[in-house]
Design a protein around this ligand. Structure first.
Ligand code: SF4
Length: 392
């Protein structure tokens, strides 16, 4: 398990600031030890020639693989009742602060939200999002996956994914049997000491190692697409991203496909959160070039474009295609058709019918009813493009 290699990987990554980065000229995916040292290169994130070269090469590699196709996705928050204590989150247990309004959707309400998004917004790929609600464990999640599958099957098909607390391997198997296609989980930060400060108590999420190993439990269970990522801004982002790359490499070496979705959440300070400042936040330019560099590291991993970001940043992240793109977004259970209030964090909501047109005007091709195999060019007949880049 990666948790057993954690200390060794930390030592390896501590050498990266003193390591000469690899060449940007190769069209082949890079290894972490070639790629991650760029984070510490002079000029990285300052908008100069190095950034321009990385961003241009990223768009070139992605474009050759995906031809500008972006895969549309919509989150459906199911519950905002949480027993965790994450310092950066509005939904932490016991918080009665600004804008917090707890809600747990009934099955009927969840179905209403799903039908609205499918029929009114054309959505076909639905992501169930859960806080750590003691009354919404795997039994409820399986029921919800089955419910959404029935809605989608009545409307010509689609996919269901999940963003939830880390689970047991047997739980992931049950979710797959219910019809789950993918599962995403953000490690938040790889800095164990900082993680302990941000996740106090003796809760499940406070168990750093259990979360670190969740990706392996998903892969062993057979989850088709696994999403990994850090919440950039919680800790030293250069180190977090370097650790993330090494973690991804480890998963690929030990579990074939590894993670195929990359979460890109950036810390946005929520009004009711305990964490109200962080010295680690990235600039816009640092964020964009970091994702672009990751695209060169793992071209067939789909960046999850989050509407925490403004439209221009979302479009920049999507250059070349091959990403999950959020159209319509509410971080409130019942925030679409039911018009509930009390969000986890403020997000932009780019309405699908309008913003599909805008994406096309940016040279991107939004696909709503995509298939699991579309995410990875390894499944595609044209996988030989881009100098033979395929799933590493
Ligand atoms: S980040 Fe998730 S687990 Fe943590 S308090 Fe917020 S909703 Fe709960």
């Amino acid at each position: 398990m990666f948790s057993q290699r954690y200390e060794i990987v930390c030592k390896e990554v501590s050498e990266f600031p003193h390591t000469r980065p690899g060449s940007l000229d190769s069209l082949r995916p890079m290894v972490a030890s070639d790629c991650a040292p760029f984070f510490w290169s002079e000029g990285f994130g300052l908008g100069g020639k190095l950034d321009q070269a990385i961003i241009a090469r990223s768009a070139e590699v992605k474009g050759a693989l995906y031809g500008g196709q972006v895969f549309v996705i919509v989150p459906i928050y199911v519950t905002s009742i949480c027993e965790e204590q994450c310092l950066y989150c509005n939904y932490r247990g016991g918080n009665k602060g600004i804008g917090v309004e707890r809600k747990r959707l009934t099955d009927d309400e969840l179905e209403q939200e799903a039908i609205y998004l499918v029929e009114q917004k054309g959505q076909r790929v639905l992501e169930l999002v859960y806080a750590s609600d003691p009354r919404m464990r795997v039994d409820a999640m399986c029921r919800h996956v089955e419910l959404l599958r029935r809605v989608l099957d009545r409307h010509g098909g689609g996919l269901v994914g999940i963003s939830a607390e880390s689970l047991e391997e047997s739980d992931y198997r049950r979710l797959i049997d219910a019809g789950l296609c993918w599962s995403v989980l953000w490690q938040e930060t790889y800095d164990k000491a900082r993680y302990a400060v941000l996740h106090p108590g003796r809760t499940k999420k406070a168990n750093f190692e259990y979360r670190l190993d969740a990706y392996e439990r998903m892969l062993v269970a057979g989850v088709e697409h696994v999403g990994i990522g850090v919440l950039s801004g919680l800790s030293d982002w250069r180190r977090d991203w370097a650790m993330l790359m090494r973690h991804e490499e480890y998963l690929q070496q030990h579990y074939g496909g590894g993670a195929t979705i990359l979460g890109t959440p950036g810390l946005k300070l929520a009004p009711g959160a305990l964490l109200q400042e962080s010295p680690y936040t990235l600039t816009r330019q640092e964020f964009l070039v970091t994702i672009a560099l990751h695209n060169m590291f793992a071209p067939t991993t789909a960046v999850f474009v989050s509407t925490r970001e403004d439209w221009d940043v979302c479009v920049e992240l999507a250059r070349g295609g091959g990403c999950l793109f959020t159209l319509n977004c509410s971080t409130t259970p019942g925030g679409y058709s039911l018009q509930h209030g009390g969000c986890q964090f403020t997000a932009h909501s780019y309405d699908a019918p309008i913003y599909s047109t805008k994406l096309r005007s940016e040279g991107l091709d939004p696909v709503f009813n995509w298939r699991a195999g579309d995410l990875s060019p390894a499944y595609r007949p044209d996988a030989a493009v881009c100098g033979g880049v395929s799933k590493r």
